[in-house]
Design a protein around this ligand. Structure first.
Ligand code: BYC
Ligand code: FE
Ligand code: FE
Length: 471
């Protein structure tokens, strides 16, 4: 297993000590990162002690070390999964050739764009979540938020390492620009749409970590198949951290649903006691699920075809040998697309449908999460069921973006859609109500009334553990 240098200013397992030029470049970027964190990271909690998990190694368990740390002192490091000996390219036009440890010239621009796009989402999410600490429903949840934020910061480091190491002066410029764009900024927004949407409440946060971080899982998994080995190994390790983000989301939404159901079961009106009604939860899910589906890009995409052909981005679990045609030249993908007032079948050559395939894997995964929430509603004898919106609903990218669809996926005209908008998506009144529920709870072991406690604390700590120590 690779050696992790924990004593270095930038902890790493990539031998930074021996690469003086790279070390100098990264050490120059580091203060800019810290300034960015202080300007746009979690507001007002930088002097507090947070019980955080820090990566200290890439082996099993080695990356899950817990201790109190002030966020600006979190040891953001560079960790790559260990290399696979003699790895060969396993899909696309270069199948069978040796993997690349450097960037082939003709792929430079495409690869840099993928890395920059991935990198851009990480700081964006931290910016979006900046104010949530103030209204945390418990110390347990506040810690989770900061854990996610710190790790997204590390994911930015991971992409910046690649830019600095393999893309010369262009890469350094891109690394600087990653700290200059701002989520939601009119002049200099983040690259992808969902990362410019405001996250004002914890319901948004939990929906985001359920659905948007899950896009992260699928995109990272596709990049982990890459023939450019440093990218494959970096994203492989990022996936280990991503699991916690998605869990935070699934459990968070689940605890909101559970609390609401419990109150309903006891004959209470959730609205009268500061809890969040299920129809509002459904509308937030509709919003974040559809925005996250847009993150897969167009279902019919020449960009996606090129990325696959050149071996930069594979299918989900491509390396597990589950696809019969690793060149993806023989088959096509059938999609129903809108044409005027009806749907017609379209055949998309498989390579051009790579985003559609990845989206389908994602949707199946989301469906499993929704089913788990519904099993809880069933157990509590509540009739309401959460429904994952159709992949056609409320789309701004791809083959469904030109028409209007209901959450069930039926084609409707714009007038009909607009008349139902507030049934399907959060209204201003919903937002005002959810915001009114957001009260800070800072006593260890206590939780806001709109969310159930989790079964246990993180790292097996008791629920009344002091997950945050205020200065
Ligand atoms: N918003 O050929 P198309 C995460 C652009 S999340 C705005 O249809 P393509 C995380 C596209 O850039 C994972 N623009 O799709 C989660 C292109 O522009 P150009 C992030 C969009 O290129 C939570 C044009 O439309 N990782 O890690 O195959 C917290 C046509 O595009 C959008 C990645 O995304 C959009 N939604 O696919 C923290 C992986 N969608 O080139 C972190 C890297 C498309 O014509 N990125 N466009 O100017 C990619 O693989 C691809 O860029 C995409 C787009 C899948 C995003
Ligand atoms: Fe991330
Ligand atoms: Fe994440």
């Amino acid at each position: 297993m690779s050696q992790v240098d924990l004593e270095a200013r930038i902890p790493n397992n990539v031998g930074l000590r021996e690469d003086k030029r790279l070390l100098r470049a990264l050490e120059k970027w580091q203060p800019a990162f810290i300034d960015w964190w202080k300007d746009t990271g979690p507001s007002d909690f930088n002097a507090d002690q947070i019980y955080l998990r820090t990566a200290i190694g890439v082996g099993k368990g080695g990356w899950a070390h817990f201790d109190y740390v002030k966020m600006p002192d979190y040891r953001w490091g560079i960790f790559l999964a260990d290399p696979v000996v003699d790895r060969k390219i396993h899909f696309g036009d270069h199948i069978g050739e040796s993997i690349w440890n450097d960037v082939p010239g003709e792929m430079r621009n495409r690869l840099r764009r993928l890395i920059v796009t991935q990198g851009d989402t990480e700081p964006a999410s931290v910016e979006q979540q900046r104010l949530l600490g103030h209204t945390a429903p418990s110390l347990y949840d506040m810690r989770s938020l900061f854990q996610v934020n710190a790790e997204e910061g590390r994911h930015l480091w991971a992409m910046v390492y690649l830019l600095h190491s393999y893309f010369g002066a262009d890469g350094r410029d891109e690394a600087d620009a990653l700290l200059e764009r701002r989520s939601g900024d009119e002049d200099s927004p983040r690259i992808l749409e969902a990362f410019n949407k405001p996250i004002t409440t914890w319901l948004d946060f939990f929906c985001f970590t359920t659905f948007t971080d899950r896009d992260g899982k699928y995109q990272l998994a596709a990049l982990a198949e890459s023939s450019f080995d440093p990218l494959a190994r970096t994203t492989q390790f990022m996936l280990t951290e991503e699991a916690y983000h998605m869990q935070t989301g699934e459990n968070g939404v689940g605890r909101i649903i559970h609390r609401c159901a419990e109150l309903m079961h006891a004959g209470e009106d959730p609205r009268k006691v500061g809890a969040i009604p299920l129809d509002i939860v459904q509308r937030y899910i509709n919003e974040w699920a559809s925005a996250s589906m847009d993150l897969f890009g167009g279902e019919d995409s020449t960009n996606a075809a090129e990325s696959f052909a050149s071996g930069l981005k594979g299918r989900y679990r491509e390396g597990d040998g589950i696809y019969k045609d690793p060149k993806a030249l023989e088959h096509s993908y059938k999609a129903e697309v809108p044409e005027g007032d009806h749907m017609v079948e379209k055949e998309i050559p498989l390579r051009r449908a790579m985003n559609a395939l990845l989206l389908d894997s994602y949707v199946a995964d989301c469906q499993r999460i929704v089913s788990r929430w519904n099993r809880d509603l069933e157990r509590q004898q509540i009739d309401f069921r959460i429904v994952l919106p159709s992949k056609r609903f409320n789309r701004h990218q791809g083959i469904y973006s030109s028409a209007c669809f209901t959450p069930q996926g039926e084609l409707v005209d714009a007038e009909a859609w607009n008349s139902q908008r507030e049934v399907w998506l959060p209204s201003q009144a919903d937002r005002d109500y959810v915001e009114s529920c957001m009260v800070a709870v800072r006593e260890p072991g206590k939780f806001a009334n709109w969310i159930s406690p989790p079964p246990r604390g993180v790292n097996d700590q008791p629920l009344d553990f002091e997950f945050v120590k205020f200065h």
